[in-house]
Design a protein around this ligand. Structure first.
Ligand SMILES: Nc1ncnc2c1ncn2[C@@H]1O[C@H](COP(=O)(O)OP(=O)(O)OP(=O)(O)O)[C@@H](O)[C@H]1O
Ligand SMILES: [Mg+2]
Length: 454
C-alpha cells in the first residue's frame, strides 16, 4: 500500500524531474548574469583600490588605512601639538608621506601608526601571553539570520586589532559557507585563491601535504593576511557545506569520530600565533556551528530588537541550555563568559523595541555589552567590502561616495561608529583580561608578574 504521506510527492507534476533540474539551473544562470558576486566585488574593490605600485596595497587586494597628521595627534597624543613628530619618526626610521593623486601629502599608514604608537607614544605594546594564559575563542552565534553576527565580528575584530592600548593578534574564522565575512576581509579569495584552503577544507582534511608540510603548518598557513596589521582570517567557500553532511555520515560509520571536536586540531595548530579568535557562525545549528560552540572559550550572542528578531532569539536561547548539556556530556569545561549585544539599534525604534531594550538591560545588565548602534557608516562600509577601521574619517567621505545620501558621508558618521565599536571592544577586552587573570590565579602566578603584565 502506498504511504499516504508520500502521495503528494508521487502525484504528477507540471515539470518532469529533468525539467525541474533545468529550471533550477536557469534560475541560477539568471542570477549569475544579474549579480555575479565576483564581478560586483571586483567593480567595487578594483575601481578604488587595486594599484600594484601603491605602497599601501595589501596581500588581500585592499588598501591599508592612512591617517592624517591631526588624526595621529588625536589618536595617540590626545590632540596635543607634537611639533617634533616628523623628527622623532625619522630618528626611529618610521616612514610616512604618500602621494594622493599628484600631490605629496603627509600621511602615515596603519602599520606606521602602530610603530609611532610603540616607539614614540609608548602605547600599543604587544600582549605578552604567559604560558598559563590561553588563547581566547569567541563564538558569535544566533540562529536568527540577519541578527548582525558578521557585521559584529568584522568590525569588532578590526577594533580589537587596531584601537586598544594593547596590541593583540586577532584572527577570525568564517564558518558560514555563505562567506559574507570572507567577502569583507578577503574580497578576492573566492575568485583568485584557488590554491588556498578554506576552513571547510581544513575541517575535512581535504588536502595533500607537500614535502616539508605538516597538518599544523598547513593550518597556520591557511590564516591569511588582511589589510589590517594584526588581523588574519581563515576564509570560507560555498563548498564548505560538505563538512555538515560528510561528518554526519562519518559519525554513522565510525562510532569513534566526534564531529564536535573537528575544530580542536586546527586550534591546537594555531594557538601560539594569536591571542584572540572570533568565529562567525551560520544561521543554523549544524555540525560546524556545534564544533565552534564546543571549541569556544566564550559565547557572544548579537540580537536585534525588532519583534521578529526577539521571538527568534527567544526560541534560540530556549534551546541553548539543552544544547549545552550535550556539550557538557561530551566533556566541555564551561565558558569564561556569555554575553549578549543588541545590534543595529536605532534612535527611532518603536515603543515596543524601546521597552524590550529597557527590559533586557534590567534583567541581563551584567551580561550585556554596550549597544552596537545602527549606523549608516557601518552599512556603507559593508556595502563597499570594508570594515569601519579600513578608513580614517578623512578618507571616508572621499572614498565612499553616494550622492543621494550625502548627509551620511560626513566624517563624523564614521568616527561616531568607530567610537561605538571601540567602546564595545574595550568591554570585550575587560572580559578577556578577567579570563586571563583567572587563569593566572589558577596557575598561582606571582602578583609581581601580574603587575608587570598590566
Ligand atoms: N550597526 C549596524 N548598523 C547598520 N547596519 C547594520 C548594523 N549591524 C548590522 N547591520 C546590517 O544588518 C544586516 C544583517 O547583518 P549581518 O549580515 O551581519 O547579520 P548575520 O547575523 O551575519 O546574518 P546571517 O545569519 O545571514 O549570516 C546587514 O545588511 C548589515 O549591514
Ligand atoms: Mg553572517
Amino acid at each position: 500500500m502506498s504511504n499516504p504521506l508520500r502521495t503528494f510527492m508521487t502525484s504528477v507534476k507540471m515539470m518532469s524531474p529533468n525539467d525541474t533540474y533545468k529550471k533550477l539551473q536557469s534560475v541560477n544562470l539568471a542570477f549569475q548574469k544579474i549579480i555575479f558576486e565576483k564581478k560586483r566585488i571586483e567593480q567595487i574593490v578594483t575601481s578604488s583600490e587595486v594599484d600594484a605600485l601603491d605602497p599601501l596595497m595589501c596581500p588581500n587586494g585592499k588598501r591599508m588605512r592612512v591617517f592624517s597628521k591631526s588624526e595621529i595627534l588625536d589618536d595617540l597624543f590626545n590632540g596635543r601639538d607634537i611639533r617634533d613628530l616628523a623628527e622623532q619618526m625619522a630618528q626611529h626610521e618610521i616612514g610616512g608621506v604618500y602621494k594622493d593623486g599628484n600631490r605629496t601629502v603627509w600621511r602615515v599608514s596603519q602599520l606606521e601608526r602602530n610603530q609611532i604608537a610603540q616607539a614614540i607614544a609608548n602605547t600599543f605594546h604587544p600582549k605578552v601571553r604567559l604560558e598559563c594564559e590561553k588563547l581566547q575563542i569567541f563564538v558569535i552565534n544566533n540562529l536568527k539570520g540577519g541578527a548582525g553576527k558578521t557585521t559584529f565580528v568584522v568590525n569588532i575584530a578590526a577594533a580589537l586589532a587596531t584601537s586598544l592600548r594593547t596590541s593583540y593578534r586577532i584572527a577570525v574564522i568564517d564558518l558560514d559557507p555563505q562567506g559574507s565575512l570572507t567577502d569583507l576581509l578577503l574580497p578576492y579569495f573566492k575568485s583568485q585563491n584557488e590554491e588556498a584552503l578554506s576552513i571547510g577544507d581544513l575541517l575535512e582534511n581535504d588536502f595533500e601535504l607537500d614535502e616539508g608540510e605538516t597538518f599544523d603548518s598547513v593550518c597556520r598557513d591557511s590564516f591569511l593576511e588582511t589589510n589590517i596589521p594584526n588581523l588574519w582570517m581563515c576564509p570560507a567557500r560555498e563548498t564548505d557545506t560538505k563538512f555538515d553532511y560528510l561528518s554526519k555520515s562519518r559519525s554513522m560509520q565510525d562510532s569513534g569520530y566526534k564531529s564536535h571536536e573537528a575544530l580542536l586540531p586546527i586550534i591546537n595548530a594555531i594557538q601560539d600565533d594569536f591571542d584572540v579568535i572570533l568565529i562567525d557562525t551560520p544561521p543554523q545549528l549544524n555540525e560546524a556551528a556545534f564544533a565552534a560552540q564546543y571549541v569556544a572559550t566564550s559565547s557572544i550572542i548579537p540580537l536585534m530588537a525588532s519583534q521578529n528578531d526577539r521571538d527568534s532569539t527567544f526560541k534560540y536561547t530556549k534551546q541553548l541550555p539543552s544544547y549545552y548539556r550535550t556539550m557538557f556530556n561530551n566533556g566541555h569545561h564551561g565558558y569564561d563568559f556569555v554575553r549578549l549585544v543588541l545590534s543595529n539599534t536605532k534612535e527611532s525604534s518603536s515603543k515596543a523595541e524601546k521597552q524590550f531594550i529597557d527590559e533586557i538591560k534590567f534583567f541581563l545588565s551584567d551580561d550585556l555589552y554596550p549597544q552596537f548602534k545602527h549606523s549608516e557608516a557601518v552599512k556603507r562600509c559593508s556595502d563597499h567590502f570594508k570594515t569601519l577601521f579600513d578608513l580614517s574619517p578623512s578618507e571616508y567621505s572621499k572614498q565612499i561616495k553616494d550622492s543621494n545620501r550625502s548627509q551620511f558621508g560626513s566624517k563624523s558618521a564614521l568616527s561616531n561608529a568607530q567610537s561605538n565599536v571601540i567602546e564595545i571592544a574595550a568591554s570585550i577586552e575587560r572580559d578577556m583580561k578577567a579570563a586571563w587573570r583567572n587563569q593566572r590565579n589558577e596557575a598561582g602566578v606571582e602578583t609581581q608578574e601580574i603587575l608587570d603584565e598590566l
